[in-house]
Design a protein around this ligand. Structure first.
Ligand code: CU
Length: 462
């Protein structure tokens, strides 16, 4: 696994810094090093080297936090800190996260494990960590002011608890929450069953839904935005920057999703029906599972679903709110569908010679155009497939099901080679008869340009 490590001098400095804040139990011992990830690409799964066996998860555009055993305790070290996260090639954001990235690394452990998690605060303000969904002693719940003193900048706190149940959880601050979550502070937390055979799958993908409001050309999210975000992300990445979910034909696959945005996200996966098998409340009993092709992820909740990958292909997976599969640029463009802008364009060109009217026939022309953009932002819709522009952004990726992959091979296999005769094709016989309505349809926007719009007309030809 590729990671840079903080140097020893820094680590020992941390130990001194933390000594005053940690509990008596660990004061005499050393603090584990805090690994740092410097890449936004998905790292290989981290297989257990001791304890019960399990199939580790993979984190889209992320990684799993290494741990060490210390006596009976599994020890982790999270460092809350400012990070630079690539949102997609062409745009970086200045966020807050953990151990070099936002979201933070995924924590994986096993039901029954005793966990000791060191949290060092390198932010400019205080923080805490709440372990969402965990059953634990009240004083380990991480609610600043309510269950513990805040972790001041420069300090290290220790959380200790035993994992009472397996399932799908997450962690995030419970201190200046609105700001710290808007800045990207969150991470996944997976607890595997003690029995390696229970609910075993071959591939297990995890990601968090998050959202940012970053002005085109800007780097820091607007932390007071409540609803009007312009970047809708899986793990602080947007399409086409989101890793594909690469799957071997025949694998049993689990996808776990958590939502830490300000709205719900109906996550839709093509090509399959699947069953909801786990929430942050625990496993769904097999007789209580229900079929879906779209699963709504409520705010502050997690859902896991499973399917057997028996249909090869490149299957879209995306939020079904269409504005959530768009990127930053272009949300404020007015709607001109059906409006004939030829007269207006001629007038504007007298002032702005290379003015080009957009959107009279829909906005798909934006998908295959290289529009000039300010530095550090992303076009509204982008990304290319083997047949043309995909016209997506935001919360969109592809489940790539292929025959004959090696177990745990997550490399992007490229475009799907559709078998001959299985792709929608153009009709080349008689043209379809054109049917028109009898009356011109009044258009409420027509008063803007002083003429009615006839159905079927109104295209720009440029
Ligand atoms: Cu959404």
């Amino acid at each position: 696994m590729s990671m840079s490590r903080r140097n020893l001098i820094e680590a020992s400095g941390l130990a001194l810094l933390g000594a005053a804040a940690v509990s008596g139990r660990v004061q005499a011992q050393s603090i584990p090093e805090a690994p740092v990830m410097d890449k936004p690409s998905m790292q290989p799964p981290l297989f257990p080297t001791s304890g019960p066996d399990y199939q580790p998860v993979v984190t889209l555009n992320g990684w799993t936090l290494p741990w060490r055993m210390n006596g009976g305790w599994k020890e982790f070290h999270l460092v809350a800190e400012p990070v630079v996260r690539e949102i997609a090639p062409g745009m970086v954001a200045h966020l807050w996260g953990y151990n070099g990235q936002s979201p933070g690394p995924t924590i994986e452990a096993v039901e029954g494990d005793k966990l000791r998690i060191f949290v060092t605060n390198r932010l400019p303000e205080h923080t805490t960590v709440h372990w969402h969904g965990m059953l634990l002693p009240n004083g380990m719940d991480g609610v600043g002011g309510l269950t513990q003193p805040h972790i001041k900048p420069g300090k290290t706190f220790v959380y200790e608890f035993e994992l009472r149940k397996s399932g799908t959880f997450m962690y995030h601050p419970h201190a200046d929450e609105m700001v710290q979550m808007a800045m990207g502070m969150m991470g996944f937390f997976v607890v595997h069953p003690r029995d390696p055979k229970l609910y075993r799958v071959d591939r297990d993908f995890v990601f968090l839904l998050n959202a940012f409001d970053i002005e085109p050309g800007g780097y820091v999210p607007q932390v007071n935005t409540m609803l009007d975000f312009n970047l809708w992300a899986f793990n602080s990445r947007v399409f086409p920057g989101i890793d594909p979910l690469v799957v071997r034909k025949g694998d049993r696959v689990r996808v776990r999703v958590g939502n830490l945005t300000m709205t719900n996200h109906p996550i839709h996966m093509h090509g399959y029906d699947f069953e909801v098998t786990c929430t942050d409340g625990g496993w769904v009993r097999p007789e209580a599972r229900w079929p879906e092709v779209t699963i709504d992820i409520p705010v502050g909740a997690m859902r896991a679903y499973e399917f057997v990958a028996d249909e090869p292909g490149d299957w879209a997976i995306h939020c079904h709110k269409s504005h959530h599969t768009m990127n930053a640029m272009g949300h404020d463009v007015r709607t001109y569908i059906g409006v004939d802008k030829r007269d207006i364009a001629r007038k504007i060109r007298q002032l702005v010679p290379d003015y080009m009217p957009m959107g009279s026939a829909g906005m798909s022309e934006m998908g295959d155009m290289e529009m000039p953009l300010p530095d550090n932002t992303l076009p509204m819709m982008t990304g290319f497939g083997q047949f043309g522009p995909v016209e997506m952004g935001g919360m969109f990726s592809v489940v790539k099901v292929r025959e004959g992959l090696a177990a745990n091979d997550y490399k992007d296999p490229g475009h799907y080679k559709n078998p001959a005769g299985t792709v929608a094709y153009e009709w080349t016989g008689e043209p379809a008869p054109v049917r028109r309505a009898q009356q011109p349809v009044p258009d409420p926007r027509a008063k803007d340009i002083g003429r009615a719009v006839k159905p079927g007309g109104g295209h720009d030809h440029h």
